[in-house]
Design a protein around this ligand. Structure first.
Ligand SMILES: Cc1cc2nc3c(=O)[nH]c(=O)nc-3n(C[C@H](O)[C@H](O)[C@H](O)COP(=O)(O)OP(=O)(O)OC[C@H]3O[C@@H](n4cnc5c(N)ncnc54)[C@H](O)[C@@H]3O)c2cc1C
Length: 370
């Protein structure tokens, strides 16, 4: 039973945020930055954030050429432009909030690797995509740089390279750690091991049940991404697990930057003198359509094969560690940012692009709740 003191000091808040990934922590920061007197509680079910934000490979993505072309065909030009702009703005918000050092940001640029035997016809649409994005950046975003294939030491399976100067790399652990400390410095209270089991709105407040305690807030923000259906089963999203590996340090590593291939289904980068490599969900969509963390041996083996045959053809390497994280996808490839009522707001379904997008979604969500 709660004490008189606990009831007075721990239960009532202006705002409660559910989920301490990049979206939830950014919402908490936005709320405090707008009103330093506000009381904000973040509830996180894991002891650490346990979704995608600390499990990804740390790419600050604006979108590769083939992804943007694909997205344009799904959502149309105007929506694609809004989405690209939102990713860019989100990344600027995050960099301003934490500083580049605080998130291990490296503006290294990104490269789309086109493999031999792959349909390369989309490369002819590069000028068209550059023209479409030009009004946003006053510069061509994509350029061919095939001369770099040799410099990076890729095998002959790499047939073309398309450079995107907007892409960058972050240290995902450092970024969330800094965001967490920043939120606390602003006065946000964060409780971990606090799984929200139910949400009930009445005319005075929203009540949130956690471990037999009922917290109350004037407004709440649901930032639970892939795990949202356990609270709100009607929300339309599909979980997608992603596999990632990291090699042991490799002396004289030639690979520098962030890289994508196979329409972005595979992604790798150097982190210091290691390779971080993830993806391959398209090898087993069904098996990876899950909110359970775990290893998929078939995918890990394919990642190792690509390391040997494409990325590090003449170099000895060893895998140091593998892990997985869970993303949330939708057919329209758009995030869900909505008011569910006057007191409840939801920002989920980041479609595997939340590093850049998360801070912008947080801003939009807080603006919606004004
Ligand atoms: C392998 C992998 C690679 C990726 N690569 C990239 C990339 O290259 N570029 C990019 O931009 N993005 C990438 N992403 C996606 C990016 O990481 C996500 O879009 C982003 O982290 C989502 O942030 P979030 O805060 O919305 O969700 P999450 O980080 O998943 O946070 C949700 C939090 O809510 C908590 N939670 C859930 N249910 C409850 C509950 N009932 N009560 C309390 N807490 C709860 C979870 O424990 C979790 O900590 C990748 C993701 C993965 C997994």
């Amino acid at each position: 039973m709660l004490s008189f003191w606990e009831k007075r000091s721990f239960i009532n808040y202006d705002y409660i945020v559910i989920g301490a990934g990049i979206t939830g922590l950014s919402v908490a920061c936005e709320l405090m930055e707008k009103n330093a007197q506000a009381s904000v509680l973040v509830l996180e079910r894991g002891l650490l954030p346990t979704g995608a934000s600390t499990k990804n490979a740390g790419f600050a993505c604006i979108g590769s050429l083939s992804e943007n072309l694909h997205d344009k065909s799904v959502m149309g030009e105007k929506t694609l432009l809004d989405l690209v702009q939102s990713r860019h703005t989100g990344l600027q918000i995050l960099r301003n909030r934490l500083g580049d050092e605080g998130m291990g940001y490296d503006a290294c640029g990104g490269y789309e690797v086109i493999l031999d035997g792959e349909d390369q016809s989309f490369v002819s649409q590069m000028d068209e995509m550059n023209a479409l994005l030009y009004p946003l950046f006053n510069k061509n975003v994509f350029s061919l740089c095939n001369d770099k294939i040799k410099e990076f030491g890729f095998s002959r399976h790499a047939s073309q390279l398309i450079y995107n100067y907007l892409e960058g790399s972050i240290d995902s652990g450092k970024m969330i750690n800094s965001l967490w400390l920043h939120a606390q410095k602003l006065g946000v209270k964060i409780l971990t091991g606090a799984e929200v089991k139910s949400i009930e709105e009445n005319k005075d407040a929203v009540e949130i049940a956690v471990n037999g305690i009922s917290f109350k807030a004037q407004k709440i923000f649901i930032c639970t991404n892939a795990f949202t259906k356990s609270l709100l089963p009607h929300i339309e999203l599909n979980p997608g697990r992603g596999q990632v590996l990291v090699t042991k340090p490799i002396p004289n590593l030639k690979v520098k930057g962030t890289f994508f291939f196979d329409e972005g289904y595979y992604y790798f980068k150097n982190f210091e003198n290691r390779i971080v490599f993830g993806g391959g969900r398209n090898l087993d969509f069904e098996g990876e359509n899950t909110t359970n963390f775990g290893s998929n041996q078939k995918i890990i083996e394919q990642l190792q094969t690509y390391l040997k045959d494409l990325i590090l053809p003449d170099t000895h390497f060893e895998i140091e560690h593998t892990w997985s994280g869970i993303m949330a996808f939708s057919d329209n490839k758009l995030p869900l940012v909505e008011a569910l009522s006057e007191r409840q707001f939801i920002g989920v379904r980041l479609n595997g692009m939340g590093v850049a997008l998360g801070s912008k979604i947080a801003k939009d969500l807080v603006d919606l709740a004004k």
